[in-house]
Design a protein around this ligand. Structure first.
Ligand SMILES: Nc1ncnc2c1ncn2[C@@H]1O[C@H](COP(=O)(O)OP(=O)(O)OP(=O)(O)O)[C@@H](O)[C@H]1O
Length: 275
């Protein structure tokens, strides 16, 4: 059969959410609270999906379902072709809190996953040092977490996450506590690391600029119950330079589109609260 070499087959999805609803017991009374509703979403291997939406729309709940921590009430979460049931050990989580062990030096924190896996100490140290180098922390490996800056703690936390070698990174507002400059540096680092290591990333954020700069696509959610308002393709170069991206007119166009979707959401939210 003749195949047109210019047309490559579409990539199979690594992650797929199909018809997802998740409810919880309401905090008061005996009703239920619908956290997310009717979510259909796919993500290809090696891509970065940013998830943008107002507080409480179920962004973290979505990551928790992919990690297998929560079970969907309705619908199916699929990872590499298999339904997620039980903990999904191919994913690794990082949240706002870096969860570094304060009594361990940076090196010992990053080495911990290798120790847990039973790797001999010498090789565990060598592997941890490689990751420390990868995230730009060489020279700080003997410091304790309290002796380094917030940005360095995030780097250490990222290195430790990579030591678990998850295929897919679930990042829940990991840079929220950082100042603007450090945040930009971390975003650039994350994007370049993810591409270099071939990681797939789901990145939750409230920040439109971060969502546009980091993602290959962005899922914009409505207020609770969280539904997908739109999935926006971020057609910027894969090897984009985050430091100069803000001057790129394509970036401006995409960020404006996301702002429009997000503010439409808050306008409607305000209207529905008022009525
Ligand atoms: N384990 C739980 N038990 C009960 N309710 C929960 C649970 N986890 C989440 N919820 C509720 O589900 C809704 C969505 O929460 P979730 O944390 O996923 O939102 P989010 O979009 O990540 O919010 P934020 O941006 O503020 O972190 C919220 O109303 C929350 O209170």
């Amino acid at each position: 059969m003749h195949m047109d070499s210019d047309i490559s087959p579409p990539l199979p999805a690594l992650v797929s959410f199909a018809g997802i609803q998740k409810t919880f017991a309401a905090p008061e009374g005996d009703g239920t609270l619908v956290a997310v509703e009717g979510v259909d979403l796919t993500l290809e291997e090696g891509h970065i999906l940013t998830i943008l939406g107002p507080s409480g729309c179920g962004k973290s709940t979505l990551l928790n379902m992919l990690a297998g921590i929560y079970k969907p009430t309705r619908g199916t979460v699929t990872y590499r072709g298999a339904q997620v049931s039980g903990l999904n050990l191919r994913t690794g989580y990082m949240t706002q809190n870096d969860h570094l062990l304060p009594w361990r030096r940076i090196l010992a924190n990053v080495r911990a996953p290798y120790e847990i896996a039973g790797m001999p100490r010498r090789s565990a140290t060598a592997k941890a040092m490689e990751l420390i180098d990868l995230v730009g922390l060489t020279g700080f490996e003997n410091a304790y977490p309290t002796q380094v800056s917030g940005g360095m703690r995030k780097r250490a936390s990222l290195a430790r996450l990579l030591a678990y070698n998850p295929e897919t990174l679930l990042l829940d507002e990991p840079f929220v506590a950082l100042d603007a400059q450090l945040r930009l540096a971390m975003q650039a680092e994350l994007r370049s690391l993810a591409r270099r290591l071939g990681k797939t990333v789901l990145f939750v954020t409230h920040d439109v600029d971060e969502a546009a700069a980091l993602g290959d696509k962005c899922a914009v959610f409505t207020a609770r119950p969280g539904r997908i308002r739109q999935v926006v393709d971020i057609d910027l170069p894969a090897d984009r330079d985050l430091m100069t991206l803000r001057q790129n007119p394509d970036y401006g166009r995409i960020a404006a589109k996301l702002w429009d979707l997000v503010t439409r959401e808050s306008r409607e939210g305000r209207i529905s609260h008022e009525t």
